[in-house]
Every structure is written in C-alpha cells, then in structure tokens.
Write a protein that binds this ligand. Structure first.
Ligand code: SAJ
Length: 484
C-alpha cells in the first residue's frame, strides 16, 4: 500500500473537481449526478469535437440532452447543473490537469461481431488523452466494460507511459463498471449497488469517495480492480447462461411434445431461502451489446489474468461459450420451425414470402444492436425466401447493421400482404393484439404459417383460423391438426 499516494490524496483533500471522458449514455448521466452532488464543485464533460459527435458539446452546454429516447429526469438535471455552472462540456482535454478524479465511460464495441474481438481503440485514445494531462494525486477510473486484466494491464501501461507517473504511487487507478440500462440511466446509477475496484486499497478507498455521494438507495461494494472487471463481465455472462438454459429446455420440450411454459411455471414455483430457481424466458435469441459480448471478455480475461493455470474438465468447452452457442442457435431454430411449418402445407422455403415482425432485440424498444432477427433474415434469404421486415419501434434510418437489400417498415399491412409465413422475433406489444382473421386476410392464403418467437400469440386462436402454428417451446402445439 502506497504511503506516497495516501499523502498526495491528503494534500489534495476531498475530491472537488471531476472530469468525465466520453459524453455517451454512460458518461452523461454520470457527469450530471457528480455535478448535482454538493460535495463536488466542478465537473468537466470531455468530448472530442469530431464530425460525428461534436454536436454534443453545444447541446450539453445549452443544457440539452443529446441522447435519443426517454430518460426520466435527465433533461432537467442537465439544465439545472449547467445553469448552476457546475458542469461544462469541452474538447479541451488539458483541463484534465485541473481534475481530482477522471472517469472514462467509452464504449468497447466489436470491430466485427463475427470475430468477437472488441475494438479498444476509442478507449485507448481516451486513456492516452488522460495520461497526457495527468497530475500527481489524481484518481483515474475506468467505467467501460473491459476484459479482465485491462485496468492493471493495458490501461495502467498507457497512463504511466504518457504521464511518466507511476500508478498506485503518483496517481490512483480503479475500475467501477457501469450498470445502466437505456431508459433508466439516472435511476440505475443512483440505485444499483456500485462495484468499486482499485489497483490497491488506497485507490479503492479514493474511488469510494468519488461514487459514494451519487448513490441514494445503493451501497458501495469495494474489491480489487480485476475482481471488478470479472464481476461486470460475469453478471452478464450469468444472465446469458440463464437464458441459454431455458432455451435448451424449450428445445427439449418441443422434442418431447410438452409446453415449456407449463414447465417454467412449475420450476418457478419452487421458491424460498436458497432453493429459488432463476428460470428466465425462452425466445428467438439474444441480442444487444451486453450479453452478446461480455462472455467473450470474461473468456479472454481468464487467459490474460493467468494467476494460476486454469484447471478445467479435459476437452470440455467453456459452459459460458456453449451458452452463447445455444442462444445464437435460436434464430436458426426459428428458421427450422418456419421451414417445417411451410412443408406441412406443401410449401418450400425457396420462393416463400416471409413477414418478419420485430427487428429490435428487446420488446417495446427501438434498440436493434446485434438483433437475433438479422441472422434469421440472412439465412432465410440465403434459402431463397423473400423477407419483408416490420418494426413499429426501430427507426429504419438509424438502425445499425441492416443487411443489404433489407428494409424495415412500419407498414404492417404491406409486410403481411401475400405472406406465406409470419415470423415474430420481438415481443412488441403491437404483436400481442394481432387478430388472426385480419392477418390471414392480408396473407391471402388458406393456411398461412405463424412462428412465435416470443410467446405473444395464443396458439388455439391462430390454429382455429387455419394457421400452421409453431412456437418456441410449444411442443404441445407444434404438431397440431391443421384446421379447415
Ligand atoms: N432475453 C431472453 N430471455 C430472457 C431475457 C432476455 O431471450 O429471459 C433476450 C432479450 O430478448 C434480448 C437479450 O436477451 O434479446 C438481452 O436482454 P436483456 O434483458 O438482458 O437486456 P440487455 O441486453 O439490455 O441487458 C442489460 C444488462 N445491463 C447492463 O449491462 C448494465 C443486463 O445486465 C441487465 O440484466 C439487463 O439489461 C436488464 O435486466 O434489463
């Protein structure tokens, strides 16, 4: 433990001036909550004045939020702290030299989702900028989701190289992973327990001083920086694992001819101290930018942070990676269900017209990042089907990675017109009220197919209307007698 750093922190006194690097959906609410805390007197929001995101500087300094979508309380809070001169957004990174603490909330996306390697460039650029202006006695905190070993490895090396200072001696270094969800950013920061991991106890304590004032209902959970990195990646890995477990159960139930939702109700009924089962919901797949990548951060981490050789069952693949494989299999299973249903009425996938309902990866959301509908779309087109996409939430202009030739429309009737198969990928509320007779009229054939990936359709109502029904986990209905 460093006496020198403790002395430097004592000389600095309490944290008063804070810098937040990266004015995105993590950095902006974090900066505003720091600015609104009476303990702190000034917060700088650092944002590169680039063509793609420089507009944020002007908007934030005008007290406006550059974030899309509803974020309760954020717009008012930005206006408040700007009017009180407690927050300013700037591209002048030299002001980092004035800060007692600097946090980095810069995303680590995949360069290419296919190769599962994160693009750390934006983050390393940010860390390099901090290093350039770092002064003794400053605390640096990484909030981005990172591969375990990054804080004490790559981040520490860059900061020391750029500043000529030594982490843990001249400056503090910690990891405090963000746990925010779009739509409830401020609430999540205030109310989710905060993992705070320093490279040593002095840094951990200083980081607790930084985050303590912004928590309302939540508590601080101190640990080492690497344990904090593992916590963040593991909490999403475990959620992905839970989803994979219920997806596998759904596949088993289909094969055994039973209803997975009956089984789920039964399993979920086992509640009580230490015996509750965390059974989640089966579906058409797992999208988003958290669960699709954090498992691979954890997997890379265990090879990077090799304190001891990993002792693991000989020849067995990682359970976590297997879970990813099961979740990534679900769109292919949706195509199998579609093909099987078409075959029941003598149709082939080749030449079939498919209405794909729901491009977003989440119910009632416009977020389409890494949507499981995309691999389904690609495979269906490759199999010779025509696919029209409907989503009432996703903005076709800004949706990421929309495949070449695909277009997303909000005109449901047009997407349903002449469809041989209606395939539901997102559980949007609009799809829960579809009327089988109306959908069939648009499809215009005697036995359209309905494939329900999110349990939004009541099977008997659709079967009675002459649909060939298939549902994830609905082994009790997937071989029904075709009416009419
Ligand atoms: N999904 C299922 N079955 C489920 C739950 C989700 O198939 O039972 C699918 C969803 O359809 C979606 C994907 O998984 O395609 C991810 O859903 P999600 O609810 O996990 O939403 P995310 O990806 O936004 O996850 C975020 C994470 N939050 C942070 O990283 C801070 C995650 O840790 C949260 O648990 C999750 O939000 C949440 O609970 O909302």
């Amino acid at each position: 433990m460093s006496e020198k750093l403790q002395q430097l922190f004592r000389e600095r006194g309490p944290i008063r001036t804070i810098g937040v690097i990266g004015m995105g959906y993590v950095g902006i609410p974090a900066a505003m909550l720091f600015a609104d805390a009476p303990e702190f007197i000034q917060v700088y929001g650092f944002q590169r004045d680039s063509s793609s995101s420089g507009y944020k500087i002007t908007m934030l300094n005008a007290g406006e939020s550059p974030l899309k979508g509803e974020e309760p309380g954020l717009e008012d809070l930005i206006a408040k702290v700007v009017s009180e001169n407690k927050f300013v957004c700037t591209a002048d990174f030299s002001k980092i030299a004035e800060c007692d603490a600097v946090t980095l909330a810069i995303q680590t996306p995949f360069k290419n989702p296919k190769d599962l390697i994160p693009d750390f460039t934006p983050l390393t650029d940010g860390i390099r900028n901090v290093g350039r202006y770092l002064t003794p006695g400053t605390l640096v905190v990484l909030e981005s989701t990172i591969t375990p070993g990054t804080t004490t490895g790559m981040a520490r090396a860059i900061l020391e190289e750029e500043s000529g200072l030594v982490a843990g001696e001249d400056f503090g270094l910690a990891h405090a992973p963000e746990r925010v969800m779009v739509g409830r950013l401020l609430q999540n920061i205030r109310e989710h327990d905060r993992i705070v991991g320093g490279i040593d106890e002095v840094c951990t304590r200083r980081a607790c001083e930084l985050y303590g004032p912004v928590l309302t209902k939540a508590k601080l959970i101190p640990m080492s920086a690497t344990a904090a990195e593992v916590t963040k990646t593991a909490e999403n890995t475990f959620r992905d694992l839970q989803i994979a477990a219920v997806n596998e159960l759904a596949l088993y139930c289909e094969a055994m001819g039973i209803n997975v939702y009956d089984v789920r109700t039964g399993v979920d009924s086992l509640k009580g101290e230490g015996i509750t089962r965390a059974i989640l919901w089966p579906g058409a797949g797992v999208g988003g930018h958290c669960l699709t990548k954090d498992t691979y951060h954890l997997e890379r981490g265990v090879s990077v942070v090799a304190a001891e050789p990993l002792d693991y069952p000989e020849g067995r693949e990682s359970l976590f990676v297997l879970a990813r494989g099961i979740n990534d299999f679900m769109p292919a299973h949706m195509l199998t269900l579609t093909k099987d249903a078409l075959a029941r009425v003598g149709k082939d996938i080749r030449g079939a017209q498919i209405a794909l309902l729901g491009w977003a990866f989440l119910n009632d959301s416009d977020d389409a990042r890494n949507t499981p509908a995309e691999p389904f779309y690609q495979a269906a087109v490759a199999a010779g089907a025509g696919v029209r996409i409907h989503d009432p939430w996703v903005d076709p202009e800004t949706a990421p990675d929309v495949p070449e030739g695909a277009n997303i429309t909000r005109d449901l009737d047009a997407v349903l017109q002449g469809a041989d198969a209606v395939v539901i990928f997102a559980g949007h509320k609009e799809y829960r009220t579809l009327v089988p007779a109306e959908v069939k009229a648009h499809c215009g054939c005697s036995h359209p197919v309905l494939v329900d990936g999110r349990n939004v359709a009541e099977p008997d109502a659709w079967i009675a209307e002459g649909f060939v029904y298939k549902g994830i986990g609905r082994g009790d209905k997937n071989r029904h007698v075709i009416d009419g």
